[in-house]
Design a binder for this molecule. Structure first.
Ligand SMILES: Nc1ncnc2c1ncn2[C@@H]1O[C@H](COP(=O)(O)OP(=O)(O)OP(=O)(O)O)[C@@H](O)[C@H]1O
Ligand SMILES: [Mg+2]
Length: 373
């Protein structure tokens, strides 16, 4: 349903309708300044909704109504487990984080940010949180289950993506970063492991463990070696530019099947990144090379995404010819690939992990440190 201002969201509070765009099925190239201006109004509305949820305290739940199915992924502080609600039979992904590990790795602030951000964001290409709770030893985040698995697994299986598929995914990552930055959030961990494919073939970015509200600049060294931006490695204060650099790495990796900067020793990887030294496979066409060159641009003042035109440099780049941005946003663009998926709790798109018991301690660990969770 459109609002009277001409831009709007429909009943599910998600799909976007621009006032002056032509028929949604008509493919048009690029994005006009008028379209972007209108889209910015919509983003302002989403940003306001983000702010409202950000300031709201939410209620906690417990998980006695859920059945544990199996582990979907593991990480530094815990694991993500598939759950089934016994009454509704609905499936959820539960991220379990161990307070002790978070304390040892001094990640309390990052984890609190992760929780608050997951609670507050709502965008078609990002995961969000249904609810959270904690017990004596763990913190739990309950999210919708994204059944298609990690982009990482599909990329390794296909070796590289067809250009049309890479373009389809890249356009969603651009819209997701545009939304996050509009909400003043810097993501800082873009990589194929953190990008999930939903059953409709569209993406959901997950893992907001390094995401935070940006106030001016920030200095923390975090992320994944191959995806780190030069300004971050050089310990210069940095901002949103690091996400666009990682996007450039992703763009390259989706098309090549391997990342642009790689060495066995992370220090050597950093040297290559700082020097901006990489080579494109000979089959990369000139438009693809051009967009990568402008994104893997060591000089921030020349990097796509952070210059005066912002994301418009991407939206109107020749490589995205054929991408209809509003149709992508509304998931109306036909996905070039849909993951195999047989039934609601199907986990075949995820790797197997050894299961470990979740045993909360008999007394409350780090109560004061986790008071805000
Ligand atoms: N909503 C979800 N649906 C399905 N699988 C998910 C979901 N969220 C996460 N996963 C799976 O679990 C894996 C780990 O999750 P995530 O990236 O959030 O944790 P992590 O990498 O351990 O985090 P951290 O970097 O904070 O240690 C993901 O890569 C993905 O395979
Ligand atoms: Mg992760």
């Amino acid at each position: 349903m459109s609002s009277s201002k001409g831009y709007g969201i429909n009943k599910d509070n998600m799909s976007y309708k621009a006032a002056s765009t032509s028929n949604a099925t008509e493919v048009r190239d690029g994005y006009t300044p008028q379209q972007q201006q209108e889209y910015s109004k919509y983003l302002s509305k989403l940003q306001q909704e983000f702010e409202n949820r950000w300031c709201k305290k939410t209620n906690s739940h417990t998980f006695s109504d859920y059945e544990r199915v199996r582990t979907l992924g593991t990480g530094a502080f815990g694991r993500v487990i598939l759950l089934k609600h016994s009454k509704t039979q609905k499936f959820y992904a539960m991220k379990v984080l161990e307070k002790e590990k978070i304390m040892k790795m001094r990640q309390v602030d990052h984890t609190l940010y992760e929780k608050r951000i997951l609670e507050a964001i709502r965008f078609p290409f990002t995961v969000s949180m249904e609810f959270s709770f904690k017990d004596n030893s763990y913190i739990y985040f309950i999210m919708p289950f994204v059944a298609g698995g990690e982009m990482f697994s599909h990329l390794r299986k296909m070796q590289k993506f067809e250009e049309s598929l890479a373009k389809f995914y890249a356009s969603q990552v651009i819209l997701a970063l545009e939304y996050l930055h509009f909400c003043n959030l810097i993501y800082r961990d873009l990589k194929p492991e953190n990008i999930l494919i939903d059953r409709n073939g569209y993406l959901k970015i997950t893992d907001f463990g390094f995401c935070k509200v940006l106030q001016g600049r920030t200095w923390t060294l975090c992320g994944t070696p191959e995806y780190l931006a030069p300004e971050l490695i050089l310990s210069k204060g940095y901002g949103f530019s690091v996400d666009w650099w990682s996007f450039g790495v992703l763009l390259y990796e989706m098309n090549a099947g391997y990342p642009p900067f790689y060495a066995n020793d992370p220090m050597k990887t950093y040297e290559k990144i700082v020097a901006g030294k990489y080579r494109c496979p000979s089959r990369f066409n000139s438009d693809l090379r051009d967009i990568i060159r402008n994104t893997l641009q060591v000089d921030i003042s020349k990097r796509f995404g952070v210059m005066k035109n912002g994301v418009m440099d991407f939206k109107n780049h020749k490589w995205f010819k054929g991408i209809e941005w509003d149709a992508i946003l509304n998931c109306k663009f036909p996905p070039p690939f849909i993951p195999k998926f047989k039934h609601p709790g199907d986990t075949t798109n995820f790797e197997r992990y050894t299961e470990e018991p979740i045993k909360p301690s008999s007394y409350c660990r780090f109560e004061s440190e986790f008071i805000d969770f």
